[in-house]
Design a binder for this molecule. Structure first.
Ligand code: FPP
Ligand code: MG
Length: 331
């Protein structure tokens, strides 16, 4: 439950102002003397959307401060690192759209669809290189070290996912490991850094990271559900890519687990034929979609319970609401 409206409004205002500053640092860092590079970066800035990762860093930092959250706890370093996290995220999306052969993101054309895979790969490299360049301006090697380890893990997650394409024997545990590595580790790092840069005690820093990790897995389960069930118009990005590229996600895995051999064969044939509508119906009927949703909700509850490590505050309330929004979203 949100506390009194004025406090909630105050913190939302602080957050909006801080995110605007993050946007400015982002554009400034990517500015090049080459017009073509600038045009590509401007295109990518359209992907920015909700800026979930900088939001998590900033709100966690504000939650360490407690009420009243007037924003004085946000330092230039918070803003720089929030920008670095968003830039890393953007780099992964540009590369991910190459891997997924996706044409749309954030209601617009992907870089790979507009300019081809070579340009998209190089632009992703430009973003990741700029992210670490910007981070190094802070002169704090421990942040670079943490983020280097995060990007290593992201790549491992994608490699694990690639080696399990069209693996109909994939188990839920390995799927969860893919999600933890490709998505949750970065979200966990946003919350960890928000708390750490605000000099929170170690236990609180660890609790913040756990909150982000649970949220990150829930986010990706919801993302996978939207890929299976959503429409391009509503979701704003290519859907149906998971089945098209042989990625088995939670509802399918839960479904395959409980089918007889004969029924399993039918499901696998439908996957191979990319029979999206038929599969949706099948998974709906077997309760596998509800079961996947229940798992995402369970993870969100676990994430929210972990917020008890923070004193009650408007920022903590917003983290609660944000956690709910991760599984309620349709885009
Ligand atoms: C989205 O998955 C993709 C990720 C969460 C991570 C992608 C990471 C890489 C491609 C590794 C690149 C690493 C660096 C350091 C540049 P999704 O396809 O399920 O989600 P989507 O629906 O948003 O496409
Ligand atoms: Mg993708």
């Amino acid at each position: 439950m949100l506390q009194t409206a004025p406090r909630h409004l105050q913190i939302a205002k602080v957050l909006r102002a801080e995110l605007e500053k993050v946007g400015i640092i982002f554009s400034r860092q990517l500015h090049s003397d080459l017009d073509d590079v600038n045009a590509l970066c401007e295109h990518v800035e359209r992907y920015r959307g909700k800026m979930l990762r900088p939001t998590l860093l900033l709100l966690t930092a504000l939650a360490v401060e407690g009420d009243p959250c007037d924003g004085s706890a946000i330092s230039p370093r918070h803003r720089t690192v929030a920008t670095v996290l968003e830039m890393i995220h953007m780099a992964t999306l540009v590369h991910d759209d190459v891997l997924d052969e996706a044409d749309f993101r954030r209601r617009g054309a992907t870089v790979n669809s507009l300019r081809g895979n070579e340009t998209a790969v190089m632009l992703g490299d430009y973003l990741i290189s700029n992210a670490f360049h910007l981070c190094s301006t802070e002169g704090e090697p421990s942040i670079n070290e943490l983020l280097g380890s995060v990007t290593n893990t992201l790549c491992e997650g994608e490699l694990l996912q690639l080696s399990n394409r069209e693996n109909f024997e994939l188990d839920v545990q390995t799927y969860m490991e893919i999600l933890r590595r490709k998505t949750a580790v970065l979200v966990g790092a946003c919350c960890r850094l928000g708390a750490a840069l605000s000099n929170a005690p170690d236990a609180m820093v660890d609790a913040a990271e756990r909150f982000g990790s649970h949220l990150g897995v829930a986010f990706q389960i919801q993302d996978d559900l939207l890929d299976l069930l959503g429409d391009l118009e509503v979701v704003g990005k290519s859907t149906g890519r998971d089945i098209a590229t042989g990625k088995l996600t939670l509802p399918l895995l839960l479904h395959l687990q409980k089918e007889s051999e004969a029924e399993r064969k039918k499901t696998i044939t439908m996957i191979r034929k990319c029979d999206q509508a038929g599969l949706r119906q099948r998974l709906e009927d077997s309760g596998s979609i509800s079961a996947a949703r229940a798992e995402a909700n369970r993870l969100v509850s676990e994430a929210k319970n972990g917020l008890s490590a923070f004193e009650p505050s408007s920022a903590r309330d917003l983290l609660h609401s944000l956690a709910d929004a991760v599984v309620d979203r349709q885009a």
